[in-house]
Every structure is written in structure tokens, then in C-alpha cells.
Design a protein around this ligand. Structure first.
Ligand code: FRU
Length: 568
């Protein structure tokens, strides 16, 4: 029995399309890297937040504990969280590329407003609100676009490009800030340059094709097939296209996706959609990415370098994260998601606790840490940053974006973007206040969240590497623990067994669906549920292959014999 490799070619075209879509991440990153640095520039601080402009003698932990400054930092996140909800509607009903256009346009307008702000601080805040809209829409569509365009074997790699875009944006903005901090009104240049990633995304929205899944979902079946042929670089796409059609057919519920996602059968996906971005943010990454210049402004090793010293430290910490993220882009489809998450959590929590120990032992009041402690802090914060870069940074986005059925995918992605940005907003808003009150304890706090993330991953995160996107939802439902949440008694119904198990698919082909469940699943337990059958077969180099009978069992006529799907 021949196995059919559904891995189509990974064409230059699809890689390029995903690169452009990944600039949805660039918007987010540029914002993060730019804002922290701009806030630490003297002219900007004197003009807009005068109480933070002269902090020479203030306590190390409390230097930047300024309410308006925190509000300016976090307003982008709050708006982004809110914007991700309408983004779901637009992405689902008007296409992924329409959301790209909205995101790019809002971001460009936000840059113009902030860079030209004078007299009233409202211009700064409105500009940042527009950036929030850009990030809410941009993150929403970028992850869905890359997941749907990518062939299964490359999905992890292409999807993690978005986070790679984010950290690239942070690094570029950190480098630009070093240059602009030497120029009078340099902060305006930093803010104006944000229009560049906005323009890339806008042009992408105008010139890129929408995904085959979105086109089919919106009734453009022929265009969907044509795009699939173009991105796969072959006319022979019938098998993949038929699974998109079937997934679309299954998705044509009359039920509202927001209601569907709350159903019992979608509970694991919903929990992953919320927990992954939540845990990603509560590991404290924004404290490091956005506030690195502020943290390092209190570190004695940099005090002689004026404003530039902390900016260099920020560049270093984000630069190592950038390298770690690229490593994951390269290896995520080989190594798998779980092992990266687990090792990242362990390294991250160790680094957090170690930073807390260094700070607690060396702090004796006053504005600066001793030099040896400063160096230790930079090394440890860099280690934390590396751990985030190869694990929760990219994979905290990847898993939630690939686990939903087509019908609930856009709503699910909104929930993820909403949770991510809301958590980011809260961390951003309270971090400087927490640092002032908890002092080194803030790093213990973040370390504890990393411990929660570790336990969550071990128990509840399924390994979705190589599973075709049309099948990940059933794959997750069948996870050894989740299946007890998804199905009454933990028994997987036959219609959800769209696995590569030959026995299942051959029996379906032979019209023995009912016999299979009686013979092979005594007491109602299925061979899959009982762990006898392997859900997915792996070919060479981790490529997932579809078995011939499985493909035939996917044909709509074969489903006639299957029991009707219940809403659980
Ligand atoms: O790389 C760090 C950055 O990435 C994000 O997690 C977004 O994916 C941000 O919250 C953070 O600042």
C-alpha cells in the first residue's frame, strides 16, 4: 500500500509570501524596541514625561515608576487587545489580506502622528492607539496566513517567522535608537521609521493572494485551487485541495464560531488559545524587551556611557534573543514544539531566580548596582532572553494558531491575540510599579509563572509537529488527557478519527464503520483511544504521510456511513 506524501514543494513564492506576512510581527517588535528606547531619551522625556527626565539620585528599583509613562507604554497593548476582536470578523469574512491592509494603514498613520506630535500629548496617545489597531490586526492575520499557506512539514518554520519578525523589529528599533539618541529630536526619527514595517504589510495586503483556505471559505473555490497550485508550484494539488474542501464543508455550521469554540469538543483548543499566550507574557518578557534600557539605566556598568549604555545593553539582550529565535525557526519542525517549550521554561525559570538572587544580594539602596552584580545581571537576563527566544516566544504563538478547525480558527486566533496583548498590557503597566515595590521579588514572581508554564506543557500541550492543519483539532482532542475533557468517558467517536490509522480508514472504505467500533472498541473504547493505533505516521525526516486508504476515506461520499456529528 503506497503512502502519499502530502508535502508539496516549498516554493520561493510561499516563503516570500510568508516573509511579507511576517511583517505583521515586525510592527509589534518595532513598537516594543522603539518605545522603551525613546522613553529613555532625554529630549522626549523632558518634553512629555518631565518627572522621568532627571532620575539621577532616585532608588534603582523606582527610577521609572511614572504613571503617565506606563500608560503611554501599555495603551498600545490595550488597544491591540480590543482590536483583535473585530480583526476576527474581518479576517474571516473579508480575507486575511484585508486585515493586512487595515494593519499596515493604521500603523503608518500612527507613526506619522507620533513623529509629528507637538504641543499636546494626545497626538502621542492617539498615534499609539493606531499602532495598537495595527498590531491587533497584524498579529491576527499574520499567524493565520502563514499557517494556512505553509505545507505541513514547513508550517512551524514559516509560522515562527512572525515571531522572528517581532524580535527582528525589536533589534532594528534598538539599533536605530542608539543612532537617533545622538541627534536632537532623534526620537521623532525613531517613531517615523515605524512607517516602514507598516508599508511592507500594506503592500503585502495589496499584492499577495489570499490563502486557499480563506478563498474556499468565502466561496471562491476556483481561485483557491489556483492559488494552491501557485504556492505549491505544481498542478497536482488535488489531494491537499480536497482536504481543504472537506475541512470547509465540516466548517459550514450555521452556528456562530464564537459559540462553537465554547463547546466541549473545542475545549482543549480554547484552553490552549488562552493559556499559551498568557503564560508567554507572564514569563515577564516585556519587562525585558521593552524596559531593558530602563533596567540597565540603573546598572553601574553603564552609568559612564550616559544614555547610550543602557541602549547597548538592550541591543545585546534582544540580539541574543533574535539568534535564539532563528534557531527555532530552523529546527522547530525537526525537534518538535514540546521539547523546545520544556527546555526553554527550565532555562528561563533558572535565569529568573538567579537574577533575583544577584539583585537581592547586591542591592544596598541608591541608584546603581555594583559593577560585578551589573555584569551578572546582564548575563542572566540575556540567558532568560535566549530561553524565551527559542521556546515561548515563537511556540507560544505557533501552537494556538494551528490547533483550531477552520470554522473556529479566526475566532480562536482573536482570543489568542486578545489574551496575549491584554496580558502584555498588564505586565507592561505594572512591571515598573512591581519592580519599585517588590524589588528583586519581581523576578521570583516571573520565575514562578515559568514553573506553571513548565507543568502545563508537560501535561497539556500536544506535539502537533507535522500534523496537517486540517487535522490538528482532532489530533488535540485525542490527546491522552484532553480526550477525557472532550469526549464523554474519553471515548473518541469514529467521525473524529480522521487519522492515518489504516485499520480505521480501511474499515471505513469497506463500509465497516460500525463493525470497527464494535469489534475493535470493546466497551466503547476505540483502538486509538486505547492507544493501540498510532494517530499519525511519520515518513522520512519527520514528514507526515497520508496513507492511501485514508485519502479515500476523506472523500465526502465515504462519510455517508458515518454517524452524524454531535455538538458536545
Ligand atoms: O520577543 C519578545 C517580544 O515578543 C512578544 O512576546 C510578542 O510575540 C512580545 O510580547 C515581546 O516583547
Amino acid at each position: 500500500m503506497g503512502a502519499i506524501d502530502v508535502e508539496a514543494k516549498t516554493t520561493v513564492y510561499v516563503v516570500l509570501a510568508c516573509f511579507i506576512a511576517a511583517s505583521g510581527g515586525l510592527l509589534f517588535g518595532y513598537d516594543g524596541g522603539c518605545t522603551g528606547g525613546v522613553e529613555s531619551m532625554k529630549q522626549f522625556a523632558q518634553m512629555w514625561f518631565p518627572s522621568t527626565a532627571d532620575v539621577q539620585d532616585t532608588d534603582f528599583y523606582c527610577k521609572f515608576n511614572d504613571k503617565p509613562l506606563q500608560a503611554y507604554s501599555s495603551v498600545m497593548h490595550f488597544t491591540g487587545a480590543v482590536a483583535s476582536l473585530p480583526a476576527s470578523y474581518v479576517t474571516q469574512h473579508f480575507g486575511r489580506t484585508t486585515s493586512m491592509k487595515v494593519a499596515g494603514t493604521a500603523y503608518i498613520l500612527g507613526s506619522i502622528l507620533q513623529a509629528s506630535a507637538s504641543r499636546t500629548i494626545a497626538m502621542l496617545f492617539i498615534g499609539r492607539i493606531l499602532w495598537g489597531i495595527g498590531v491587533g490586526f497584524g498579529d491576527h492575520c499574520a499567524f493565520i496566513y502563514t499557517s494556512e499557506m505553509a505545507p505541513p512539514r514547513w508550517r512551524g518554520r514559516l509560522n515562527t517567522l512572525v515571531q522572528c519578525g517581532t524580535i527582528t523589529g525589536i533589534v532594528i528599533a534598538s539599533a536605530i535608537n542608539i543612532g537617533t539618541s545622538r541627534i536632537v529630536w532623534g526620537w521623532r526619527i525613531s517613531l517615523a521609521l515605524a512607517a516602514v514595517p507598516g508599508s511592507i504589510l500594506l503592500l503585502g495586503g495589496i499584492f499577495l493572494p489570499d490563502t486557499p483556505n480563506s478563498l474556499v471559505e468565502r466561496g471562491h473555490v476556483d481561485r483557491g485551487r489556483a492559488v494552491l497550485r501557485r504556492v505549491r508550484g505544481t498542478p497536482d494539488v488535488d489531494e491537499e485541495f480536497s482536504s481543504i474542501l472537506i475541512a470547509n464543508k465540516a466548517a459550514q455550521h450555521s452556528e456562530n464560531p464564537w459559540r462553537s469554540i465554547g463547546r466541549r469538543r473545542n475545549r482543549p483548543q480554547l484552553v490552549l488559545a488562552i493559556a499559551m499566550p498568557f503564560l508567554q507574557q507572564w514569563s515577564g518578557v516585556n519587562a525585558v524587551s521593552f524596559f531593558a534600557p530602563q533596567i540597565f539605566a540603573g546598572v553601574s556598568a553603564f552609568k559612564t556611557n550616559g544614555i547610550e549604555g543602557p541602549l547597548y545593553a538592550a541591543l545585546l539582550v534582544n540580539g541574543v534573543q533574535w539568534i535564539a529565535t532563528i534557531v527555532t525557526v530552523i529546527c522547530v519542525d525537526k525537534v518538535g514544539r514540546r521539547s523546545l517549550l520544556i527546555s526553554g521554561s527550565i532555562l528561563g525559570l533558572a535565569a529568573d531566580f538567579a537574577v533575583a538572587i544577584v539583585f537581592s544580594l547586591s542591592y544596598s539602596g541608591g541608584p546603581y548596582l555594583p559593577t560585578s552584580a551589573s555584569i551578572a545581571a546582564i548575563v542572566l537576563i540575556s540567558l532568560y532572553s535566549i530561553s524565551f527566544g527559542f521556546s515561548w516566544g515563537p511556540i507560544g504563538w505557533l501552537i494556538p494558531s494551528e490547533v483550531h478547525d477552520l470554522h473556529t480558527r479566526s475566532a480562536g486566533q482573536s482570543i489568542t491575540v486578545f489574551t496575549q496583548l491584554l496580558s502584555g498590557a498588564i505586565v507592561t503597566q505594572v512591571f515598573l510599579m512591581m519592580m519599585c515595590n517588590l524589588k528583586w521579588g519581581v523576578f521570583v514572581f516571573f520565575g514562578l509563572w515559568q514553573t506553571v508554564a513548565l507543568v502545563f506543557t508537560v501535561l497539556l500541550v500536544p506535539e502537533t509537529r507535522g500534523v496537517p492543519i486540517e487535522k490538528t483539532a482532532n489530533f488535540v482532542r485525542a490527546h491522552w488527557l484532553w480526550r477525557h475533557v472532550t469526549y464523554p468517558g474519553g471515548h473518541i467517536p469514529l467521525e473524529d478519527m480522521d487519522t492515518r490509522d489504516n485499520r480505521v480508514s480501511e474499515s471505513i472504505r469497506a463500509g465497516n464503520a460500525n463493525r470497527l467500533s464494535e469489534d475493535d472498541a470493546p466497551n466503547g473504547s476505540s483502538p486509538y483511544a486505547a492507544g493501540k493505533a498510532k494517530p499519525f505516521a511519520e515518513g522520512k525526516a519527520g514528514a507526515v504521510t497520508l496513507q492511501q486508504p485514508m485519502m479515500q476515506s476523506l472523500a465526502p461520499t465515504r462519510h455517508k456511513k458515518l454517524p452524524a456529528r454531535r455538538s458536545v
